[in-house]
Ligand binder design. Structure first.
Ligand SMILES: O=C(CO)COP(=O)(O)O
Length: 261
C-alpha cells in the first residue's frame, strides 16, 4: 500500500547564516530545486529569526517551491517577555512550521516537557505546524531506553492536545548522540523509535491520526546515508542540520524524499 504521507525534508540552519547570507543561500537553493522537478516532497527551511524576512521576500516574490518556519517560539502570545518571539509574529511573517523541543533547546535552555507542551499549544493557537523533536542521549541509548524515553517526551509534549491538532503535527526523532557528531543512527535504529512513536499516537488518539502524521529522522543526515533511512516504513523525511547549510548537498538529500514517495 502506498503511503499517503508526503515526505518532508526540513533544513534546520541553527545559529548560522545572517540575513544577507540567507538571501544568497535561498537563491542557490531555489535554483537547484526548480532545476529539477520536486513535486512529491515538501522542502522546508528553518532559518534564524533575523533571516525570516529575507526568506519570506524571496519565497513570495519568486513563488519558490519551499516553505519556511522558525526554530523556536514563545509559549506566550505577547506582552512583557523581553527577547521572545510569539507564534502570532511567526504566522504574520508566513511561517508554516516551528520547531518545538529540539534537544539543543532542552539542553542549553533547560526546556522541560511542560515548556515544550506549552510551546506546542502556542504553535496551534497561531495555526503553525509544530515539528516536535524527541530523542535520547547516549547514556539512555546504551541502557536500551531509547523507545521509553522518546515516547515519554511525546506524551509530555502532547498533553491537552486534541486529536484534530495532533493529526497535523510533525514528529522528529533526533537521537542526541547523532546530532552534529557524524554518528548516524542505523536505518533499523531510526525505524525502531519512529515506529514506536507512531504506535503511541494510535494509543493516544486513533489509527487514522497515527497513519497520517509525518515522522522525520534527524542526526548527521547526509546524501550518502539518507537512502536507507528513507526506506523505513515509519520514516517520512528528515530534519537536517549541518548538511542543510550546503545548498547542493541539501537538494541531493531532498531528492531522496522525492524518490521514496
Ligand atoms: O539537530 C539536527 C537537526 O535539527 C541535526 O543536526 P545535524 O544534521 O548537524 O546532525
Amino acid at each position: 500500500m502506498s503511503t499517503p504521507r508526503k515526505p518532508l525534508m526540513a533544513g534546520n540552519w541553527k545559529m548560522n547564516l545572517n540575513h544577507l547570507e540567507a538571501i544568497a543561500h535561498t537563491q542557490k537553493l531555489a535554483f537547484a530545486l526548480n532545476d529539477k522537478d520536486f513535486d512529491r516532497v515538501e522542502v522546508a527551511v528553518l532559518p534564524p529569526f533575523t533571516d525570516l524576512r529575507s526568506v519570506q521576500t524571496l519565497v513570495d516574490g519568486d513563488k519558490l517551491r519551499i516553505v519556511y518556519g522558525a526554530q523556536d517560539l514563545s509559549q506566550y502570545d505577547g506582552g512583557a517577555y523581553t527577547g521572545e518571539i510569539s507564534g502570532a509574529m511567526l504566522a504574520k511573517i508566513g511561517c508554516t512550521f516551528v520547531l518545538a523541543g529540539h534537544s539543543e533547546r532542552r539542553q542549553y535552555h533547560r526546556e522541560d516537557d511542560d515548556v515544550v507542551n506549552a510551546k506546542v499549544q502556542a504553535a496551534y493557537r497561531h495555526s503553525l505546524t509544530p515539528i516536535l523533536c524527541v530523542g535520547e542521549g547516549l547514556e539512555v541509548r546504551r541502557a536500551g531506553g531509547q523507545v521509553a524515553h522518546s515516547v515519554a517526551q511525546l506524551d509530555g509534549a502532547l498533553r491537552k492536545v486534541g486529536a484534530e491538532q495532533a493529526a497535523s503535527i510533525v514528529l522528529a526523532y533526533e537521537p542526541v548522540w547523532a546530532i552534529g557528531t557524524g554518528e548516524v543512527a542505523t536505518p533499523d535504529d531510526a525505524q525502531e523509535v519512529c515506529g514506536a512513536l507512531r504506535s503511541r499516537l494510535a494509543e493516544l488518539y486513533d489509527a487514522e491520526v497515527a497513519a497520517g502524521v509525518r515522522i522525520l529522522y534527524g542526526g548527521s543526515v547526509k546524501s550518502d546515508n539518507i537512502a536507507g533511512i528513507m526506506a523505513q516504513p515509519d520514516v517520512d523525511g528528515a530534519l537536517i542540520g549541518g548538511a542543510s547549510l550546503d545548498p547542493g548537498e541539501f537538494v541531493k538529500i531532498c531528492r531522496f524524499g522525492e524518490l521514496s514517495s
